[in-house]
Design a protein around this ligand. Structure first.
Ligand SMILES: [Zn+2]
Length: 275
């Protein structure tokens, strides 16, 4: 466990730094007498799950030690993303997607990605289980690799059942022609973390999906803290294209928000061949 010590030291250093910042801010804004009250409130703030990101002290290699609730990020054995390689042919199982046209479009920059929140009415039927589409969001570069190859971006359609089981449809985006179906999203991405807007456009979600319905499936996890396992992953085998300009719009906001590849361990990846 000695290799955990530097992480603990880093956490403590960060907390001390935050504590000092509070004291300085308190002294500057409110005078010295108020700084005591601010210092006493600091322990409560420390109980919040810590901020995580994609590099440095709070980057993916540290997620599991940032907070007890993030332990699966380190300790899990069925984590995502993975390199999808050597998938065996299996019986074709339909993933029946029923995506609506949404308008207006509710889009948010949550500091980790750009996300479009979906009103009830879009769903997917996977292994005869009904999942409701809640939101979709982006990563750059792609998180999953297929035969060792990552693409420019990846789109995640996040679904849940009424019992909160999670299924994510992953779609790799590679540089090429401009993507007309996704243009309303790229054209309205909020630049600042915390920005949220409702945009008066129509977004035809079904038109975003590739013409080839072949998918890979495996059991994995959320790719962000708390890295919860038990997620059904369905990744389309065929990427769709986006233009260099569309890629640049997202990269200007989130230059790198992809978790590194995780160990496959003893998991099977199944190929659901197209009909
Ligand atoms: Zn994602």
């Amino acid at each position: 466990m000695t290799d955990a010590d530097p992480n603990i030291a880093m956490l403590m250093n960060r907390r001390r730094f935050a504590h000092r910042s509070a004291l300085i801010a308190g002294a500057a804004l409110l005078g010295a007498s108020a700084s005591t009250a601010i210092a006493q409130s600091t322990p409560e703030a420390e109980e919040e799950p810590p901020h995580w990101n994609y590099e440095g002290d709070n980057g993916p290699e540290e997620w599991g030690s940032l907070d007890e609730s993030y332990a699966a990020c380190d300790a899990g054995s069925a984590q995502s993303p993975i390199d999808i390689a050597g998938a065996g042919e299996t019986e074709a199982v339909d993933v029946a997607v029923d995506f609506a046209t949404i308008a207006p479009m509710r889009i948010i920059n949550n500091g980790h990605t750009v996300q479009v929140n979906i009103d009830p009415g879009s769903s997917a039927e996977i292994d005869s289980v009904h999942y409701n589409l809640l939101q979709f969001h982006f990563h750059a570069p792609s998180e999953h690799a297929i035969d060792g190859e990552r693409q420019a971006m990846e789109l995640h359609f996040v679904h849940k059942t009424d019992e909160t089981a999670t299924a994510v449809l992953g779609l790799l985006l590679r540089e090429g022609q401009a993507n007309a179906a996704l243009e309303p999203v790229f054209a309205n991405m909020p630049a600042e973390a915390g920005d949220e807007q409702s945009v008066d456009v129509e977004l035809d979600l079904a038109a975003v999906l590739p013409s080839n319905p072949t998918t890979f499936r495996y059991g994995g996890s959320l790719t962000t803290p708390p890295c919860t396992e038990g997620v059904s992953w369905i990744v389309f085998a065929e990427p769709v294209e986006i233009s260099t300009e569309q890629l640049a719009i997202f990269q200007a906001i989130h230059p790198n928000n992809a978790r590194p590849l995780q160990e496959v361990n003893d998991r099977d990846v199944e190929l659901d061949a197209a009909d």
